[in-house]
Design a protein around this ligand. Structure first.
Ligand code: ZN
Length: 272
């Protein structure tokens, strides 16, 4: 198979996985099955035919509207499909046709699902974290057998990392709750960090919490807080700082740390 054809197939596979990810994103927060029933329009309940469900293509062909009731179809669906497709191609470009490329692609896909559901619903469904946990531990063993470990943690480090990640975020949440006098973190963040620690190992799991807090602080102080303040002034209501789900920042932080964390730690140690 020519390289161009390989990447085309990778793109199509990624877009299809992204399409399934959309089903998980919309159903798991409502505790619905992702297997059945078939997808329906949320407004007119019209069943979506297979040819209306082709990733990316159908959204464009339908001009972002339901054929039954003309309800606009959110651009979030094709954006998720495109992100996953591009992510899978990027993994194949960076790691070649390897088991490692598949691990990076699946890990990134799970993190995207977690970030989107946490942003939309303030929760991290067990579907993502239970699958992710089993996936990272099982593939740590398979990768070890195949002599393909980096950039992921080896099996023993994966186990210690899962505990360190979950423990670190639980401690941060506990202290945050004491300091802010309100719930600062959900249990979903603990399960997310168990998955992240299992993938990255203990050192980079701690770095992920740090990077996630940094990303969160930048977004919160630079964007969310000022917008909320201006809005409350305009409406003349008392200002209350908005809640920002931490998983939205932990998920991209985990991917950044997986890909560049080792280099950042080396750079920092050289600086000392
Ligand atoms: Zn409809």
């Amino acid at each position: 198979m020519t390289p161009a054809l390989t990447y085309l197939f990778t793109f199509i596979a990624g877009a299809s996985i992204g399409s399934f990810l959309n089903v998980c994103i919309s159903r798991w927060p409502l505790e619905l099955s992702v297997v059945s029933p078939r997808s329906r329009c949320p407004k007119c309940e019209r069943e979506i035919r297979w040819y209306e469900n082709v990733p990316l293509v159908s959204w464009l062909a339908l001009r972002a509207r339901c054929r039954g009731c003309d309800l606009p179809i959110s651009a979030a669906y094709p954006i998720v499909e495109l992100l996953v497709a591009l992510g899978w191609v990027a993994a194949a470009l960076a790691y070649g046709p390897t088991f490692t490329a598949l691990r990076v692609a699946v890990f990134g896909t799970v993190l995207l699902g977690i970030a989107v559901t946490d942003a939309q619903h303030y929760l991290i469904p067990d579907g993502f974290t239970v699958f992710g946990f089993v996936w990272v531990l099982a593939t740590a063993v398979v990768g070890f057998v195949l002599h393909e470990t980096a950039p992921f943690a080896a099996p023993y480090d994966a186990l210690i990392g899962a505990c360190a990640g979950a423990g670190a975020i639980a401690i941060v949440g506990w202290l945050g709750e004491v300091a802010l006098k309100r719930e600062a973190m959900g249990f979903g963040d603990v399960t997310l960090m168990a998955v992240v620690g299992g993938a990255l190992g203990p050192g980079r799991a701690l770095l992920t919490v740090f990077v996630g807090a940094l990303l969160g602080a930048i977004a919160f102080l630079g964007v969310v807080y000022p917008i909320a303040w201006i809005r409350s002034r305009r409406r003349g209501v008392p200002f209350e700082p908005p809640l920002v789900p931490f998983g939205v920042f932990l998920a991209p932080a985990a991917l950044l740390t997986l890909l560049w964390g080792e280099r950042a730690i080396g750079w920092y140690l050289a600086l000392l």
